[in-house]
Design a protein around this ligand. Structure first.
Ligand code: ADP
Ligand code: ZN
Length: 222
């Protein structure tokens, strides 16, 4: 089972993917997390990728695509995987299709999360992440604050703001790239009949957790 999370920044892709991964045992493959881990470890891939990430631009496919392929070929992904942050362009979606075809697999489900733009910007600005790379828990200063300010509930490590989240220019760049390059993927996958669109929004009091529960029900009924 290959599941793809689509949706703009701050819609809750990571939250939904994390819950689905926990309940199904399929790994959450977040390209952003893999890049950040490499950056913090100072690997060659991390140094190269950070030239793009710091400004909110996309990392070139020559780096991103082989990284995803290698991750999908790992043993823990043989029954399923939840892709969070990949593909982000039509080119990446086509490359994913051909790498999956080679493996005798395909995209089974695309979860398209939608949230009003004003809500998304506030959420990104209020987002804090655990600095412990093994934990990576995500908080929101207003909607889901930690019990102790600045400290992760789960592991006690310090919470930090992602560099690209503290910079309004980078947030704008990322949302523009989403609209221009990633949003068309909804149609690309809709044509294959694999999309479920789900609103995550305070205005209808529906959080990522609610979407995850509904998707789990859908998976069970299939
Ligand atoms: P966000 O969705 O908030 O931008 P991510 O953690 O998904 O955060 O990604 C952080 C950054 O990593 C992106 O801004 C981009 O520079 C890079 N990145 C992540 N996934 C991809 C991808 N599929 N293709 C190219 N660059 C990517
Ligand atoms: Zn933590």
């Amino acid at each position: 089972m290959i599941i793809i999370m689509l949706g703009a920044q701050g819609t809750g892709k990571g939250t939904v993917a994390g819950i689905l991964s926990q309940k199904t045992g399929w790994p959450q493959i977040s390209t952003g997390d893999i890049f950040r881990k490499n950056i913090s470890e100072g690997t060659e891939l991390g140094i190269e990728a950070n030239k793009y990430i710091a400004n909110g631009n996309l990392v070139p496919d020559e780096i991103t695509v082989p990284m995803v392929k290698a991750r999908l070929e790992e043993d823990d992904a043989k029954d399923g995987a939840i892709l969070d942050g990949f593909p982000r362009t039509k080119e990446q979606a086509e490359k994913l299709d051909s790498m999956l075809a080679e493996m005798g697999r395909k995209v089974d489900l695309v979860i398209n999360l939608i949230t009003p733009r004003e809500e998304v910007i506030t959420r990104i600005l209020n987002r804090r992440v655990c600095s412990n790379q093994q934990c990576k828990a995500t908080y929101n200063l207003t909607m889901h604050p930690p019990k102790v300010e600045g400290i992760c509930d789960k592991c006690g490590a310090k919470l930090v703001q992602r560099e690209d989240d503290s910079n309004e220019e980078s947030i704008k760049t990322r949302l523009n790239i989403y609209d221009e390059k990633t949003k068309p993927l909804v149609d690309f996958y809709q044509a294959k009949g694999v999309v479920t669109t789900q609103e995550v929004s305070e205005r209808i009091n529906r959080l990522g957790q609610d979407v995850a529960e509904d998707v789990l029900k859908m998976l069970k009924n299939n």
